[in-house]
Ligand binder design. Structure first.
Ligand SMILES: [Zn+2]
Length: 104
């Protein structure tokens, strides 16, 4: 099924965020970005005591630096976001699809 025109109900989740590199050694370019749920992936860090933490992260389209979202800025169902490998594969699939549609 394809949506021709979205209903007027729920808006897709999005948030304004700045590319800072927070949580990823910094170095962001400072771009202001409108981040949608499809732009996000989960990253993990492990601690010496065996615990681990999950972060919700986006990659800046301009400088490719990763920035972690603040906990309060996470979308609903952020636990279901893909990891980076899955996200990469999806981006590649989308790029291929867009290319195919362009050539038609
Ligand atoms: Zn950037």
């Amino acid at each position: 099924m394809r949506v021709i025109k979205s209903g007027s109900g729920a808006q897709a989740w999005s948030i304004k965020a700045k590319c800072t590199g927070k949580g990823n050694r910094g170095g962001g370019c400072g771009a202001q970005l409108s981040v949608e749920a499809g732009d996000l992936f989960r990253t993990f860090s492990s601690h010496y005591d065996g615990s681990s933490e999950t972060y919700v992260t986006f990659e800046c389209p301009e400088c490719k630096v990763w920035t972690d979202l603040e906990n309060k800025d996470r979308p609903p169902n952020s636990g279901k976001l893909p990891n980076k490998t899955t996200w990469d594969n999806r981006q590649k699939r989308l790029a291929r699809k867009a290319k195919k549609e362009d050539s038609q």
